[in-house]
Ligand binder design. Structure first.
Ligand code: FPP
Length: 234
């Protein structure tokens, strides 16, 4: 039996606290965090994960001080400028989930460049959730659906499977990981995690390396997923 999760989502928390502990500015934590994105994405690809969704910027992150928001906006650009070749070499396809429009034009351009450049890669999909909020995602999907019904383009008979296709992320999440000790979901993939296995690790995101991902995958492999049914042995 294949015990590798197809879709893995990660809430990358703890950059700020990690930086503070080292006596560094919060932005240094985010920079280190971006390096971890590279390490973890390559390991996920090696381990046969099909889609890795990373929470890089939430709709709530705009409330942070201006200089931190501005740095977070620059990160995707810095990340792709540094790692795009490695992503290409590893056949990784970049996508995003969220509303890109609110980012500075330069950031939007770099992200779209990475998306377009990697569009034909056939390996793992690396999906950055940026300016993403799950309630808003569901609301936008619902509005689109209501609009189609109002225009007479479809009947009001939507199924759960069909509704998934109105979301930024249509896939079911198999494994959700959150770093840095907090035990909450923070408006991330609420629809998609209905049956996800969850791991909350005390490690901060800058400390979360390839071995840490491997440990989570081993933990996942040992779990008994029942999807509301009964275990095989019952
Ligand atoms: C949460 O840590 C992390 C973020 C808000 C940003 C996450 C972004 C990255 C890890 C880098 C993104 C990389 C790419 C490729 C775009 P926090 O700042 O809330 O930490 P704290 O809770 O310790 O303050």
């Amino acid at each position: 039996m294949d015990t590798t999760p197809k879709t893995v989502a990660i809430i990358m928390d703890g950059n700020g606290r990690w930086a503070k502990k080292q006596g560094l500015p919060r932005t240094a934590g985010h920079k280190k965090g971006a390096d971890r994105v590279r390490d973890v994405a390559l390991e996920a690809q090696r381990r046969g994960i099909q889609k890795l969704i990373l929470y890089a910027f939430s709709t709530e992150n705009w409330k942070r001080p201006e200089d931190e928001v501005s740095y977070l906006c620059k990160l995707p650009g810095m990340f792709f400028n540094t790692f795009i070749q490695e992503l290409m070499d590893n056949n990784i396809r970049v996508t995003f989930a969220g509303e890109l429009e609110r980012f500075p034009a330069g950031t939007q351009k770099t992200i779209m460049k990475a998306v377009n450049q990697t569009a034909n890669n056939t390996g793992m999909e690396l999906c950055l959730a940026i300016n993403y909020g799950s309630r808003r995602e569901i609301l936008l999907g619902m509005r689109k659906y209501a609009d189609q019904v109002a225009k007479g383009e479809r009947a009001n008979d939507i199924t759960e499977e069909e509704f998934s296709n109105y979301l930024f992320v249509p896939e079911e999440v198999d494994l959700l990981i959150r770093t840095s000790g907090e035990v909450r979901i923070s408006n991330f993939l609420l629809w998609q995690i209905a049956y996800a296995e969850m791991i909350f690790t005390p490690k901060s995101w800058p400390e979360f390396d390839e071995a840490a991902l491997d440990e989570c995958l081993a933990d996942f492999a040992g779990r008994n997923r029942r999807f509301g049914g009964l275990a095989d042995e019952n």
